[in-house]
Design a binder for this molecule. Sequence first.
Ligand code: FE2
Length: 387
Amino acid sequence: MPKEIKNLKDLQNTEYGLKKLFEEAEDFLPLLGTDYVELYVGNAKQAAHYYKSAFGFQSFAYAGLETGLKDRVSYVVTQDKIKLVLTSPLNKGGEINRHLEEHGDAAKVIALWVDDATSAFEETTKRGAKPFFEPRKEEDEDGHVIKSGIYTYGETVHIFVERKNYNGHFLPGFEKWESHYNPAPVGLKFIDHIVGNVGWDEMNKWCKFYAEVMGFAQIISFADDDISTEYTALMSKVMSNGNGRIKFPINEPAKAEKKSQIEEYLDFYNGPGVQHLALATDDIVATVSAMRDRGVEFLYVPDTYYDDITERVGEIDEDISLLKEHGILIDRDEEGYLLQLFTNNVLDRPTMFIEIIQRKGAQSFGVGNFKALFEAIERQQARRGTL
Ligand code: FE2
């Protein structure tokens, strides 16, 4: 297997190409897209306000005491195709409190939109997935959905959502959430990829899980010599489903002089979990600029990053001085280029962050930026005393 498949042509034409991989694979788990991501948080009401005000999400749906729930509350916010569910417990004890104590605020559920949630559960559990819950019907006056769930890395779960017989606003049990406070969207369109951090020597195990249990194919692999600085290192492989709509890079720490950022994550999260959500925009300068105005903090990118930028990435449509002003990173592969930037951690623990990405042809993940990025992360680790 080549170390890195860098462009769509490789993906389609080589013997390792996506097309061939998926022609060979039986499509036992057709996924229509990401349905929603659910975060367990300490205070869902305030978290929802943060994602609205800072990230331009819109109020969408609500479930809580007023809708008949006794033990939890959920606020759902949306922006274009992205839906985030923010859930907090209402009482002491229980599963969500235990999860919060263990992991802090966390992306618990990556929900996947399927045509048949019963078959998705059966096909994955018979291939070795650990059940989260068996297929169940949830209904209200707008129809019904079938949901089922399996575990992936750590305590993270995938919930399969079959909604073809449902015409309601979000899911049964939720009411429409209308608010008088509606900050404008910042141009976020859809989830480009979701990255998981797993433990030492566990990357291949979880790539195998996505390949064998969920029918994904590996599209890209980075060894530690690609992604290392003087001090820190990690290894990464990217798994994709058949239609390419779901992409899950999996990272594991690698040995280096000092503590890998992945190791820091594992220490604070107490195990494997979601490291970042990458959200796509088609105008990254406008998106990042709006987010900065609203108080979102991004990783500091040193001015020197831009010194040899034209040599590294060639001609691009954007004004380099604007990209430099906003600290936006650029990387090129054979298909085109991409622009990306990472927020600081959006939680108290140094665990989850958000990536903003604009693809201009490139189908890769910014490997050329990793070194510059990690040096920036290390500066923050040094300030936290965890390097
Ligand atoms: Fe990413």
